[in-house]
Design a protein around this ligand. Structure first.
Ligand code: HEM
Length: 436
């Protein structure tokens, strides 16, 4: 006998919105412990069935492509900015994913290493002497510069604010449901959107006119991309491909950096361990792509930060057919959120999950799809490889150049969701240049 998923008791009127708008990952873990692997929540004006735990990840991996659509959750990104990969299914999806994957590969970072690290060094040096640097803002600017150089060969710094405000609004409206759809008709947003479209199209036109040299990057991929029938994609889709690294990557990468900085500021043991490692490896020369391999504790810091503080802790979908999960019936048309990172906090998958352990072995958890900061299944993140390399490199460079102290010592970490979980605008630090 199947039944409806139980409702999680929440605050009247706003439903569970208040709990979900803060630390969503903790909310999912607590609800999983209290209610079980499938439950219903209301968040602002949306209702979701949450599926969580190892069986939910397996379900997404094995049946996700058959029973779910991403149209309702990600359709806004496609309509507003031509980002089609999120909403396609089946063969057309696999085809576009392959094209994008080639344009977003970690090899591009290797090819553009000198330009990316030079810009990273310039930005980090600019942090020195700042008494109360907003960590999230600083990391967003850094990630935006790094990703746009890696993917397109040029920095998008001049348009950073326009890009950030437009994409945060579109995600808040279409994915988080924080604001009504009419918000996307606001003149300020329409102007920002038009500017972003002009920027993407101009970048493509410039590349088309240039003599091509160097590695084949995201712009090259977008420029002559053809669909699974060999027909050129419409211009808006090719412009969307060019913007993809920016939209999918800047906030998630920046939130990862911010959480890593928070760990370093609060955990002297981890700080000492990774600083010693970086000093030993980089004491004799600059950070080359090859030298990244010699930084296992720093790799552990990245993996463990993604485990404890996942910047994208769920995959939002709509059921295209009714199905049963763990004794409950999910009806066709219901919105579902697979809380892919809930197993990260379960001792059966990660012994002593409250302990932050840079030496943790992730092999078995990865194989069992219970370590899932980049989700699992057909829509798994295409930027995962690039993110991991970039995160190790960035923190290594930061530790070599700067000594960090919290701007408000003792202030606890307060996770907010704007639009994904992050340490919030008020998280600040001061940075001084290292003299030793
Ligand atoms: C810490 C950094 C990142 C995290 C945690 C992250 C997380 C995720 C997650 C959870 C998904 C799956 C969404 C879903 O299930 O619908 C996803 C998809 C995606 N990510 Fe990332 N991401 C990160 C960085 C990046 C970067 C740097 C890029 C570069 C462009 C990127 C590109 C993409 C793309 C294109 C997709 C869609 C794939 C598809 O639908 O087939 N991500 N990411």
């Amino acid at each position: 006998m199947t039944q409806r998923p139980p409702a999680v008791p929440g605050v009247p009127v706003l439903g569970n919105a208040l709990a979900m708008m803060g630390d969503v990952q903790r909310f999912f873990v607590n609800a999983y412990r209290d209610v079980g692997p499938v439950f219903r929540v209301r968040a602002l004006n949306q209702a979701f069935v949450i599926m969580a735990g190892a069986a939910a990840n397996r379900f997404l991996l094995e049946r996700g492509e058959a029973v779910f659509s991403s149209e309702e959750s990600f359709g806004g990104l496609n309509r507003e900015f031509g980002m089609r990969v999120h909403v396609l299914r089946g063969r057309p999806h696999r085809h576009l994913r392959k094209l994008l994957g080639a344009g977003l590969s970690r090899d591009l970072l290797a090819a553009r290493w000198d330009a990316v690290t030079a810009e990273t060094a310039r930005i980090l040096d600019g942090w020195a002497g700042r008494p109360a640097l907003g960590v999230v803002d600083g990391c967003q600017r850094l990630a935006a510069a790094q990703l746009s150089i890696a993917y397109t060969g040029a920095s998008s710094a001049a348009r950073f604010e326009t890009l950030r405000s437009a994409f945060e609004l579109v995600l808040d409206v279409t994915i988080a449901g924080k604001w009504p759809a009419a918000t996307l008709r606001w003149p300020a947003y329409r102007r920002a959107r038009a500017e972003i479209h002009r920027f993407a199209r101009a970048s493509l036109a410039e590349r088309a006119a240039a003599t091509r040299e160097g590695p084949r990057d995201l712009l090259d991929q977008a420029l002559d991309a053809v669909d699974e029938h060999g027909e050129p994609y419409p211009l808006d889709v090719r412009a969307g491909m060019a913007l993809q690294g920016y939209f999918a990557g800047v906030n998630t990468v920046a939130y990862l950096y911010s959480f890593m900085i928070d760990v370093l500021l609060r955990d002297p043991g981890v700080l000492a361990r990774v600083t010693a490692e970086v000093d030993a490896v980089l004491g004799s020369g600059p950070l080359t792509f090859e030298r990244l391999r010699g930084l296992p504790a720093l790799h552990g810091l990245v993996m463990e930060t993604l485990r404890v503080y996942p910047p994208a802790p769920g995959s939002a979908r709509t059921a295209v057919e009714a199905f049963d999960f763990e004794g409950c019936r999910i009806e066709r048309g219901e919105r579902v959120l697979v809380a892919t990172c809930v197993p990260h906090q379960l001792p059966e998958h990660f012994p002593d999950p409250e302990r932050f352990d840079v030496d943790r072995d992730f092999t078995a958890a990865r194989k069992a799809a219970v370590y899932a900061p980049f989700s699992v299944g057909g829509h798994t993140c295409l930027g995962a490889g690039m993110t991991q390399v970039l995160a190790v490199a960035t923190i290594a460079m930061l530790l070599r150049r700067l000594r960090l102290t919290p701007a408000r010592p003792g202030r606890p970490l307060r996770i907010t969701a704007t639009p994904g979980p992050n340490p919030g605008k008020r998280f600040a630090m001061s940075a001084a240049a290292r003299r030793d």
